[in-house]
Design a protein around this ligand. Structure first.
Ligand SMILES: [Zn+2]
Length: 188
């Protein structure tokens, strides 16, 4: 009996991130809103396009315990098409969507422009082993440690705003009051 085609959790998460970017982000190049559109799964190396100016970008979505910190590394896609473009000096801007692993309404969208990227931040993985379904396929990962500070936060989710404003209350330079929150470094 054949199973109906269903999206994996990974595909669902990717779609969720792309839809957030399309809904919440203006085009970084022409600055218009609601012009970014999803490209669909068959389009290599880019996930969204601006239907006004033709701008292309990638969207990577990953679940994390904290959406406030850029992770040290995230999974990329196929190495070969990526490497071919990199050899030709072609880099795509990146939208990074971090989603809280317990609360989908707690998310943050970050942006890294193409000119701030370098070949060193992309690392090929070992080829897939026999029996993995795509034997010999090589993926890559993004190593983000050296460029963490180059990311710009563009948008946050409804639950994230609540936690951010609570944090802003503590660190606000205009409040003139010392933080009232107890330190988190207490011995357990
Ligand atoms: Zn545009």
């Amino acid at each position: 009996m054949s199973k109906p085609p269903r999206m994996t959790d990974k595909q669902k998460l990717g779609l969720f991130g792309e839809e957030l970017v399309v809904r919440m982000c203006s085009c970084p190049r022409c600055k218009r809103s609601k012009t970014l559109k999803r490209l669909g799964p068959n389009f290599k190396c880019a996930d969204v396009i601006c239907d006004f100016c033709g701008y292309l970008a990638q969207v990577k979505t990953t679940k994390k315990s904290s959406v406030e910190r850029i992770p040290s590394e995230i999974a990329g896609a196929a190495w070969k098409p990526h490497n071919e473009r990199m050899s030709a000096g072609i880099y795509f801007p990146l939208f990074l969507v971090l989603v809280n692993e317990c609360d989908q309404r707690n998310y943050a969208i970050y942006y890294l422009s193409a000119d701030l990227q370098n070949a060193g931040m992309f690392q090929p993985r070992n080829p897939l082993q026999k029996g993995a379904g795509r034997e010999g396929w090589i993926g890559f990962r993004y190593k983000l440690n050296s460029i963490k500070t180059s990311f710009v936060q563009l948008a946050t989710g409804p639950s994230t705003k609540a936690s951010t404003s609570a944090l802003a209350n503590v660190v606000s330079p205009v409040s003139g009051r010392l933080p009232t929150r107890t330190p988190t470094s207490q011995p357990r």
